[in-house]
Design a protein around this ligand. Structure first.
Ligand code: 13P
Length: 249
């Protein structure tokens, strides 16, 4: 099943007011590629300003708390993200699974919290280099999905999966095309098992060192429905060629 590709940028802990110009430039250039969904996941504190700067363009968060509200100092609820102007959020990025010790169960609760208020959620999974070298990458990622996928897909909000091998993030290394194809096919099978026919329409993004120079090839791989882009999403010159590649241009 061919779906509209999604190219989402993850700005991580980058971006202050001065960078709103980059966001404006990216949003404006993205309008030339209506066959691709484009989004930028920015630091929480920038969401409101970014969303106001680029009405109609998708701005997202990078994490969300699983609870609706309450005594959770420093945390942000799904409703708060939505209220600030976000339309999506990442959950379970490997940098958070590692540094904040987020478990699969927490990631699942976060995804459910996001979807329940109408916020699209991108659930991130991916193996370490040790696991890849041991030959257990697919098994490990399937385990992460078993624990992290939301129970159901009720409501309007959309779930997407980002496969990001940890060893490919920020390193310039990427898996071989057959390895990406094998993983995305396994993820697709899992989504169909879990959600039936709805699993066929869930977008599976690849992330990890996606650049203008490798995007075209990555987007030709079966079941790669887009990309989650870190470093190359920080400026319009690097990011838009990736959007163009998703558009087949
Ligand atoms: P890079 O594109 O910088 O490798 O980062 C990938 C990533 O972690 C996106 O979430």
């Amino acid at each position: 099943m061919s779906v509209k590709k999604l190219v989402a940028g993850n700005w991580k802990m980058n971006g202050v007011s001065a960078d709103l110009d980059q966001i404006r430039a990216i949003a404006s250039a993205s309008r030339g590629y209506e066959d691709v969904d484009v989004a930028l996941c920015v630091p929480t504190i920038l969401i409101d300003r970014a969303a106001r700067a680029v009405p109609g363009f998708s701005i997202g968060g990078q994490d969300v708390h699983h609870a609706e509200k309450g005594a959770h100092t420093g945390c942000t609820s799904a409703l708060m993200l939505l209220d600030a102007g976000a339309s999506l959020t990442l959950v379970g990025h490997s940098e958070r699974r590692d540094a904040q010790r987020e478990s699969d169960a927490e990631v699942k609760a976060k995804a459910e919290a996001a979807l329940s208020v109408g916020l699209n959620a991108i659930v991130c999974v991916g193996e370490s280099l040790d696991i890849r070298e041991l030959g257990s990458a697919v098994e490990t990622v399937m385990g992460q999905l078993d624990g992290s996928l939301p129970r159901s897909l009720e409501g309007e909000a959309e779930l997407a999966i980002a496969y990001e091998p940890i060893w490919a993030i920020g390193t310039g290394k990427i898996p071989t095309a057959p390895d990406i194809a094998q993983m995305h096919a396994a993820i697709r099978r899992k989504l169909r098992e879990r959600y039936g026919s709805a699993g066929a329409g869930i977008r599976i993004l690849y992330g990890g060192s996606v650049k203008a120079s490798n995007a075209k090839e990555i987007f030709t791989i079966a079941d790669v429905d887009g990309a989650l882009v870190g470093g190359a999403s920080l400026n319009v010159e690097d990011f838009i060629p990736i959007v163009a590649a998703a558009s087949g241009r």
